[in-house]
Design a protein around this ligand. Structure first.
Ligand SMILES: NC(=O)c1ccc[n+]([C@@H]2O[C@H](COP(=O)([O-])OP(=O)(O)OC[C@H]3O[C@@H](n4cnc5c(N)ncnc54)[C@H](OP(=O)(O)O)[C@@H]3O)[C@@H](O)[C@H]2O)c1
Length: 256
């Protein structure tokens, strides 16, 4: 596993996404992933699988302090009392005293941003949340959010077909983690001629090239979702090769 350093703290570059993982399949995927060496798990209150994620973490027997665990608050719960209530429920379901990162899942104009982030800061002061972040925020919204709380992360769609140049630059300036969701374009990178060609020179698959391209960038982490043991293992196996500057450029140019 490689780590990104954000505000002096190490975050595992690769995590497991859990959207649409439910029931025993979710418990097993989380447990398997941690047993294989994953140390970063992404869930959300909206995914309705926090209890299963919690059971998976418990089952794997990995020390809690070694795991970077993220959950997110859905916009319909952005009012102060809802943020507090829903996140305290998250901690119970996740069988933990704290989450490493709590995100506003999407921007919303329903509740003033300062109210939501203020509630998240209260949870941080209580120790239930280590870091605060946002998701699906534009650079100007991140800027606005940073007026209310120290922003540790912005989680956005980022993969070879979806460039995020402005946010990558802002993440560098503000020293925040840019987490790439849908890093495999929902499996769509498979069969891509350029990724395949680059992969062949390294003995890697299209998915592995896409993930390597992400985690090789400063302050970027990727959270591919996978169910099968094969996919889980394949996605983790991206730390024994490096893309050249030219290969990085070729992947970047796939963005359309
Ligand atoms: N913040 C947000 O608004 C937001 C939005 C969307 C997603 N997310 C987060 O990001 C995570 C990942 O995004 P995602 O689930 O939408 O898409 P993704 O990770 O790009 O793709 C997942 C799909 O790719 C398949 N797959 C996994 N590894 C593969 C491999 N090595 N080769 C070929 N196919 C592979 C999976 O199949 P199997 O499951 O069958 O292995 C699944 O169908 C989510 O689970 C969630 O945690 C956040």
């Amino acid at each position: 596993m490689e780590y990104q350093t954000i505000k002096g703290e190490k975050v595992p570059s690769l995590g497991l996404g859990t959207y649409r993982l439910t029931g025993q399949t979710c418990v097993r995927a989380v447990e398997r992933a941690l047993s294989m060496g994953y140390r970063h798990i992404d869930t959300a209150q909206m995914y309705d699988n926090e209890a299963e994620v919690g059971r998976g973490v418990e089952g794997a027997g990995v020390e809690r302090a070694e795991i970077f665990l993220t959950t997110k608050v859905w916009p319909s719960d952005f009012a102060r009392d809802r943020v507090l209530k829903k996140t305290r429920e998250s901690l119970k379901k996740l069988l933990t005293d704290y989450v490493d990162l709590l995100l506003m899942h999407w921007p919303s104009e329903g509740v003033p941003m300062g109210e939501t982030l203020g509630a998240m800061r209260q949870l941080q002061e209580e120790g239930g949340v280590l870091h605060i972040g946002v998701s699906n925020f534009s650079p100007s919204l991140v800027e606005e959010a940073s007026g209310h709380a120290e922003i540790f992360c912005n989680q956005v769609q980022y993969h070879p077909y979806r460039s995020q140049d402005a946010l990558v630059e802002q993440a560098g300036q503000m020293d925040y983690l840019l987490t790439a969701y849908t890093p495999l374009s929902r499996g769509g990178v498979q069969g891509d001629a350029t990724l395949k060609e680059i992969g062949e020179t390294h003995g890697k698959t299209e998915a592995q090239v896409a993930l390597r391209w992400l985690v090789q960038q400063e302050r970027v982490s990727a959270i591919p979702k996978a169910t099968s043991e094969e996919h889980l293992a394949e996605n983790l196996d991206v730390f024994d090769f490096e893309l050249s500057g030219e290969e990085m450029e070729r992947v970047s140019s796939l963005s359309r």
